[in-house]
Design a protein around this ligand. Sequence first.
Ligand code: NDP
Length: 474
Amino acid sequence: MTVSLVKEKLLIDGEWIDTDQTHKIYNKYTNELFTEISKADEKMVDKAVEGAFKAYKKENFPPQQRYKVLMKTAELLLEKLEEIAKIIAQEGGKPITEARTEVRRSVSTFQMAAEESKRLVGEIIPNYNAEGRFIYTVKKPVGVVVAITPFNFPLNLVSHKVAPALAAGNPVIIKPASDTATTTIKLSEILVEAGVPKGYLHCLVGSGSVVGEQLLQDERIAHYTFTGSPEVGKHIQKTIGFRKATLELGANSATIVHHDGDIEAAASKLAKMAFANAGQICISVQRIYVQESIRERFLEMFLHQVSLLKVGDPLDPETNVGPMISGKEVARIESWVKEAELQGANIEIGGKREGNIFYPTVLTNVTGDMKVLREETFAPVVSVIPYDTIEEAIDMVNDSKYGLQAGIYTKDLALTYKIPYLLEVGGVIINDTCCYRIDQMPYGGVKESGLGKEGPAFAIKELVEDITVVVNLE
Ligand code: NDP
């Protein structure tokens, strides 16, 4: 066991601040104290906003410097890969191999954002019907950006907000998830070491309902970039009025396994992706729709693959499924599974808990009114549902308040062209699971899954204002 006994400080306006009030973070597998972090109070939140606002007004972070800082951050992250991966594994419960992947992804998120800082060019507007006028646009940073982030990717999802915001020239205030804030403090230290100018980065630890709420109320903030639950996302949108937000919210994502798909590949990949990070991924595979003619064969292969998953200590490189984020969350999913069972669902495998671990669970005989299908489970629980026609499968995928991503395994070329227009989701993954993401692709949902896209080049579009300039040449 590795316990960090250092008390972590907050980053406010270029200074590391120590406070009397602390926030405790626990190791999610052993439940032992992992770190203590200084907690922000009202005055500190105000000081951070003031510092960020002043930095925005001064505009002293030109694109070439942004590029250098972001590239240096990527380099330092790579150097500290093992140290940071271990922090993620302990405070987040993520298996160490996945935690290492998260750090590597974050390195490339920073590199891609650095490249984007060189491409912030406007457009020349054709002067048809506007003789004597030269019209063009420039891209201007939107202003102070607040990044509010969830626990499940405490490094890469923070990177997806901080890197594009800085690449676009905006000062950023981070309010990380309280459960996994040590990782974000480490990222902030790296950004400072990489040379981020004073005022351009602040990291405030404290509860969402206090620190987050104060940030929502402050009119000096121009843009909120949020990843988290739909409830908080809706609350943010309602509170901030005309100011803008990028919202990456929840889902109960589905993958279709059609009769002509590669069933073996589907069974093995779906077993991996339904349980990665203990199912606590926004695009986790929660619903698998399988055509009736191949259902039995698929289920047999799938259950075999699930039975091979190793459950246990996230620091063990052999572990595939570690603990969930809290005992409360384990109790929630345990009660949902029990409720489904009482309503007639079959537990094919799993369904039991041990400490903060919920065993990989596969359900069949589920119906649309059960919570395990209708709501976001955000847990290692997946349901397998049969269908007859593809139209029926598409209707069932769309029968959801969410719409983040969907996957389909099929060799039918015509269907692969048609289906993106038929599914109500922000991304369609063909011959892979709904849980596929690489960091450069545009990523974001429809319906209650959110507003706006991430992926550095796409996030930046939301973080700059296009200013139109008209020059009278006469
Ligand atoms: P939460 O919504 O509970 O928390 C997210 C962040 O919001 C935390 O930093 C939290 O602070 C903060 N917060 C809570 N209340 C408020 C408030 N009133 N005002 C401002 N901020 C507030 O989400 P989780 O951390 O539990 O993450 C799980 C959710 O995130 C799932 O629904 C999942 O689907 C979604 N998600 C979506 C992704 C996407 O890209 N679409 C990716 C990953 C996750 P604190 O921690 O202090 O409570």
